[in-house]
Design a protein around this ligand. Structure first.
Ligand SMILES: NC(=O)c1ccc[n+]([C@@H]2O[C@H](COP(=O)([O-])OP(=O)(O)OC[C@H]3O[C@@H](n4cnc5c(N)ncnc54)[C@H](OP(=O)(O)O)[C@@H]3O)[C@@H](O)[C@H]2O)c1
Length: 260
């Protein structure tokens, strides 16, 4: 079993979708904050590269692990948790972040493949990882932990031509609330971060113009990932008897509040 090293505090975090974007930024911030961090995503080479990019010293590198997982495949998620159990014996934090945004299409033009892909990753995957984390957190001693699901503003309000993303992110809200209720008895705090326009590949197009609810195209600004990483890091620092059930972080000018 791995113990605290390199100035760390020994607590163990798993971040899914950590090969790039929000996941990599948050995993890096947790590493800086002393966590032992499992970076997980499908592309093993890119995940290893993300670990290398996030680690400022050998001591930090010793607290990081790159692991391959396909969150939509329960057997793959089980394999990941076998590694976590045997290497660390516990899990204190899950940032359940892996997700996909299928191509924008009106409802009638969404392909079955894009629909299935969104449900498989954003709902099935969120559930499989959250459930396995919940089982470990419930069984470990000391009992408990924290789960932060990555929702979206789309968990509350759709963008045009985004039925698969919107439906799956609405489902994340249900996963969060139901698990928060079940977690109470076991010291497991389950909450959700809802982000608007983070500066990742997923939103590369919005600065050039994003389709609005009234049919117009309008450029939108994006958030620096450092602000999201700082938010996740602060929530992660809290004791497990404090739950941040919901936090929304978005560019101040983003058309969300006030129906536009
Ligand atoms: N960017 C935004 O403005 C924004 C806003 C609201 C919510 N979000 C949410 O934030 C999360 C991350 O978004 P992002 O912008 O950072 O996206 P991104 O840059 O496209 O990164 C997505 C990450 O998820 C991983 N992933 C995708 N499918 C996976 C699977 N089946 N199994 C394991 N890992 C998988 C990807 O790695 P591999 O391809 O290597 O597997 C990658 O590391 C998503 O849940 C997204 O819905 C983003």
């Amino acid at each position: 079993m791995v113990t605290a090293s390199g100035g760390g505090h020994g607590r163990v975090a798993l971040v899914t979708g950590a090969s790039r974007g929000i996941g990599a930024a948050c995993a890096g911030a947790l590493l800086e904050d002393g966590w032992q961090v499992v970076f997980a995503a499908r592309d093993a080479a890119r995940t290893t590269a993300a670990v290398e990019a996030c680690t400022a010293s050998e001591a930090q590198r010793a607290r990081a692990l790159a692991a391959a997982v396909d969150v939509g495949d329960p057997a793959s998620v089980d394999d990941l948790f076998s590694i976590i159990r045997s290497r660390y014996g516990r899990l204190d934090l899950l940032f359940n972040n892996a997700g996909v945004f299928p191509p924008h299409r009106p409802v009638d033009e969404v392909s079955d493949t894009d629909w299935r892909d969104a449900v498989r990753t954003n709902v099935d995957g969120m559930f499989y990882v959250m459930q396995r984390a919940f089982r470990l957190m419930k069984s470990q001693r000391p009992q408990g932990g924290r789960i932060i699901n990555n929702g979206s503003l789309a968990a509350y309000a759709p963008r045009p031509e985004s039925v698969a993303y919107t439906a799956t992110k609405h489902a994340v809200l249900g996963l969060t609330r139901a698990a928060a209720l079940d977690g109470r008895a076991h010291g497991i705090a389950v909450g959700q971060i809802d982000i608007g326009n983070a500066a990742t590949a997923m939103t590369a197009h919005v600065e050039g113009g994003a389709l609005q609810a009234d049919g117009s195209m309008r450029p939108e600004t994006r958030l620096d990932l450092a602000h999201i990483a700082a938010t996740v890091r602060e929530i992660a620092r809290m004791p497990n008897d404090v739950n941040v059930l919901s936090v929304t972080i978005l560019p101040t000018t983003m058309p969300f509040v006030g129906r536009g």
